[in-house]
Every structure is written in C-alpha cells, then in structure tokens.
Design a protein around this ligand. Structure first.
Ligand code: CDP
Length: 249
C-alpha cells in the first residue's frame, strides 16, 4: 500500500474537495435497452452500470419463494476497473460479500409480496473504481429498479463518510479509503431515512459516528434529487416521443 500520504492540506483534500463535499454525480436512467431497467452512473472517477431483470421466472427453482419474489444481486468489478491487478473477472470473496449486503438493502424496499414465485435480478458492474463503489452501486441499482417499474417502498441513496487525518470527510475516494482511519458506508431510504446499510471499517467515537450519520443523511438528500431527476428525464423523453408521434412528426 506504500507510505501514507498527507490527505488533507490546509483544509483541502487530495482531489481539491472540502471535507463536506461530494464528488460530482451524474446518473442516466434507461441506459441499456435490453434490460427491463437500467442506470449508468458516474460518481467522481467511479463508473458503474446497473441492470435489472424481472419480475421473471425464477430459475433455479429452489430459489423460488411461493409468497414473494426472490431478490438476487450480483456486484462485480471489471478486471480493468482499477490500477490494482484483478487478474480475472468473476466473483471474489469481496464481491460475494458486497452482493449479499446489497441484496439485503433491496430485499427491504422492494414490494416483493406482489410477485410471488418470481425472481428480480439486480446486476451491478463496476467498470471503473475509485472508492465508494458499494454506495455508488446501490445508488445506481435503485434507479435501475425504479426504471424497471418494480414497486418499492422508496428509492435508496447511499454514501460513505470516512475519517482521514483525524477529520470526518464525506464520500471518500480510493486514496482516502485506503489510507484513512475509518470508512463508514451508509444507505438510507429517502423518505423515512431508514438505515438499510451500515458498515464500518476502522474506528470512530460515538460523537464522530453521530456526526458521520448527519453528514451522510444530508448528502443523501442531494443524491436522491439526482436519482429522481434521472428518472424524470426518461419519462419526459418518452412523453415527448409520444406527443411527437401523435402530432405526426
Ligand atoms: O468500493 P468500496 O469503497 O465500496 O469498497 P472497498 O472494498 O472499501 O474498496 C475501496 C476501493 O479500493 C474500491 O472502490 C476500489 O477503487 C479499490 N479496490 C480495488 O480496486 N480492487 C479490489 N479488489 C478492492 C478494492
């Protein structure tokens, strides 16, 4: 990993941000045309595709639940996603863990009782990684699920708060993630602020943890806005197309 670089100099982080700043976030919903729903997200240097299929026939049948849809999730990082050598693509210990915690997020918001015996598959492909990919993946997948028309209690917005050089910072990039003292990814349901994911690497005091939650919650409101705008854009585009057809354009 090498020697720890200085991560905050005169209140400014390695990429020029202040401690409470997010990296720039762009989401395009309906990015893929074969999937039932999809989203492409760029969050700082992270580039992530999310695709959703379903509700569809549940295969293998032993996954099938007679009372609700089986929500499945696959998070993978492309072999070329970062400077680190990943060797081969496909599942790793880390990606299996992330797929599990992300599945648990969506099991808690998807109204799966409406679709017994079916499967809803959520695929998250990390094309380029720079820290915070689980939060970015959840944020993208939530848009993809809504784009697929899957009924949910709410959209999910996620962001990590870290501690670097003794200070709490929002939305760590990779260098801050790797060399920082702590990294806390949190996912919120937009309306009631239910905490759907909470993980913690390293240590924080009780006070710091409280502050980290406040920072993440405030940021989640902005992230939610970007998600909603991405979904609205698809709708507006469709609406304009239909109106164009009706006017004989
Ligand atoms: O991405 P996230 O912060 O959710 O997960 P992490 O396991 O804390 O990884 C932090 C960052 O390290 C990732 O975003 C990647 O940039 C990098 N990483 C990688 O390139 N290859 C791995 N096998 C693990 C992490």
């Amino acid at each position: 990993m090498g020697e720890k670089p200085k991560l905050i100099v005169n209140g400014v982080r390695t990429d020029g941000r202040k401690p409470g700043d997010l990296r720039s976030l762009k989401i395009t919903a309906g990015f893929l045309h074969r999937a039932d729903g999809s989203a492409y997200l760029e969050w700082g240097e992270n580039k992530i595709l999310a695709a959703v299929y379903g509700p569809r026939e549940c295969v293998p049948r032993h996954d099938m639940n007679p009372y609700k849809a089986c929500v499945r999730c696959r998070y993978v990082m492309a072999p070329f996603a970062s400077l680190e050598e990943h060797g081969r693509s496909g599942p790793s210990r880390r990606s299996i863990e992330l797929s599990k915690v992300i599945r648990e997020v969506f099991e808690n918001v998807v109204l799966s009782e409406q679709f017994p015996k079916t499967a809803i598959d959520v695929y998250i492909e990390v094309l380029q990684a720079d820290g915070g990919t689980r939060c970015a993946g959840i944020t993208a997948a939530s848009v993809a699920l809504a784009n697929a028309g899957i009924p949910m209690k709410d959209l999910v917005s996620a962001v990590a708060v870290g501690k670097v050089d003794g200070e709490l910072v929002l939305d760590c990039n990779k260098i801050e993630d790797n060399h920082g003292e702590s990294d806390v990814p949190i996912a919120f349901a937009a309306r009631n602020k239910d905490v759907l994911l909470f993980q913690m690497d390293g240590l924080l005091s009780k006070q710091e943890l409280g502050k980290a939650f406040e920072m993440a919650e405030a940021a989640s409101e902005y992230i939610h806005e970007v998600q909603v705008n991405a979904l609205k854009e698809v709708y507006e585009k469709k609406k304009a197309e239909i109106e164009g057809e009706n006017n004989g354009v």
